[in-house]
Design a protein around this ligand. Sequence first.
Ligand code: CUA
Length: 452
Amino acid sequence: MTVDRDAADPGVQAGESPDTPGRRGRVGDGLGRGRRRSRGIGLALLASLTALVVAGCAEDKPLNTFEPRGPKAEQIDSLMMPIWGIMGVVFVLVIGGTIWLALRNRVNPDTYDPDDLPAQTHGNFRLEIAWTIAPALVLALISIPVVANIWSLEKKGDGVEVMVIGQQWWWEYRYDVDGDGFFVDANGDGVVDEADQELPLNIALDRDDVVTANELVIPAGEQVDLVLTSRDVIHSFWIPRLNGKRDTVPGRWHTWALQADEPGKFTGWCTEFCGMSHARMRMSTIALPRADFDQWLANQATPAEVPTETEAAAGYELFQNQCMSCHVINDGNLDYGENFEAALTAGGAPNLTHFATRTVFAGATLPVYLGPGTDPNDDAFNVENYLDLSALAADADSPDDYRLNRPLLKQWVSDASQLKDMSPDDGRGMLPFPQLTDEQLNQIVAYLATLD
Ligand code: CUA
């Protein structure tokens, strides 16, 4: 290695010591190169600085940590600012000191004397203690508010509880509707404990629970407690405007909390690399006024209707034959068994019971409806329309109205991997259905549109 490095730097050749005449003759060349290099570094610094300043101009970006919209995110924001202040002071001292020393001790090639060495500080006991203790003190100082905040960010409230389950590449949400704390009492012993965590998550055991996917609906102005886990690999749950990140780990249940000050839409992104569609594993969060949230939850807990209209009814039959081995739609005909064997989830695919109430599908990357603010990248959606989306879409008569995203829904059912990278043969993602005719795809989408 030594030889390689020396060979790469012609200013010093292997076996040559700094005070040999050969070194002396090359000092001038070295400085010329040094100037060119420092000009390059200066340009790179300027470009980075410009990029940073320009990035700072962005406004109303849905994933902007600097625009908190709830007390948890505000807590992080107000912790981050003073810490950046401390970091700024350290940065200026260290970089400023380095530049100052470099300038002060600059070598003049005309008067350079290799025997005139500056005072050597190697092994200086006081200096070494000082530069060990000073950073340790700074870190200790910063850790006090940081640790206190981490504890308080996940502190449990007494409101709505939602279980969040990560899966390649979408999110499942389970609501503890009756407030008994049950999400997956997998062994049916009446207690949710570690023994349940060992068991597969594809069993929903409390018949009052609501199981939904991709879109998290919460009441505004209240803390919502989350229990996070994963079915496959480690994911990370992050709604930047409502709170920080929390990993979801298979076999472990982490707690977290969200709170939105006002009704609105808040998007998020999986932030732990989790496979080929990690970049297409997103979240959509809708915060509703409490009364609307209660109405939403009551509707979600109601079984879906079996359609009677011809096209949708044909779609219902197709869905029963083609889709029910992965997806679940609770139409009241599901067999709940005696108590805890209610299979509201099929394990590998989203529960679609009230699909038409959601604004997103495909891991919150595609809009179920087209219209103002329904783009998954756009947080400007007016949540006053949320509970009426399917009715508004049914009455759509102008291109500005909300309307069903029929083309993409059909394409998704036909061959989802055209719209999102996946590997259905390995059980990761949705199977293609090339055998379905255009008419049949229309029928299935017509059925999905009735699931409001
Ligand atoms: Cu899930 Cu990245």
